[in-house]
Ligand binder design. Structure first.
Ligand SMILES: [Zn+2]
Length: 162
């Protein structure tokens, strides 16, 4: 799962380019171009959060939550934790509260990277940042990713699981 990181291919898809740069012009080409623009992939980036468990006896990282950043604008972020992690959830909520208090209207580009790099390994670990086009909303992505680590049997039935 290394297709995240430095992939900055956020330009227009080639099909759209071909259509808009076509030499003949023509309104059907513009219509097609508009249509393709409406179908541009909806990219989300997420990272799993792990908690350090049994630090003294049998230390290990256990997945407890996920942060999902949408394309924005605004504070387009969802931080969702499995049941039993209320304190961590509260801390994450405070990250957002502080942004709001500081009148920050949209997330910095390196928001996930920053919080990944600054987490204390004695508290937990945030995993690789994954880019995905499999979900329609950050909420859907968070629910699906978390369901993989839930105690409950079964799995979320969203399209991304096929
Ligand atoms: Zn799912």
């Amino acid at each position: 799962m290394d297709r995240n990181l430095d992939d900055k291919t956020t330009g227009e898809p080639r099909d759209t380019e071909r259509v808009t740069r076509g030499s003949e012009g023509g309104s059907w080409k513009r219509d097609l171009s508009d249509h393709l623009a409406g179908c541009l992939p909806y990219r989300l980036r997420y990272m799993l959060e792990h908690a350090l468990r049994d630090r003294d006896t049998n230390p290990r990282y256990e997945p407890i939550g996920v942060w999902v950043q949408g394309p924005g604008p605004g504070l387009d972020i969802v931080m969702e934790y499995l049941p039993g992690n209320d304190e961590v959830q509260e801390e994450a909520d405070w990250v957002i509260n502080r942004l709001v208090e500081n009148d920050i209207k949209s997330l910095p580009d390196d928001f996930l990277e920053y919080h990944r790099a600054t987490m204390s390994p004695y508290r937990g670990m945030r995993g690789e940042i994954v880019e995905t086009e499999d979900y329609a909303t950050p909420e859907e992505c968070a629910a699906c990713v978390l369901s993989r680590y839930s105690d409950r049997p079964g799995h979320c039935d969203c399209l991304a699981d096929r």
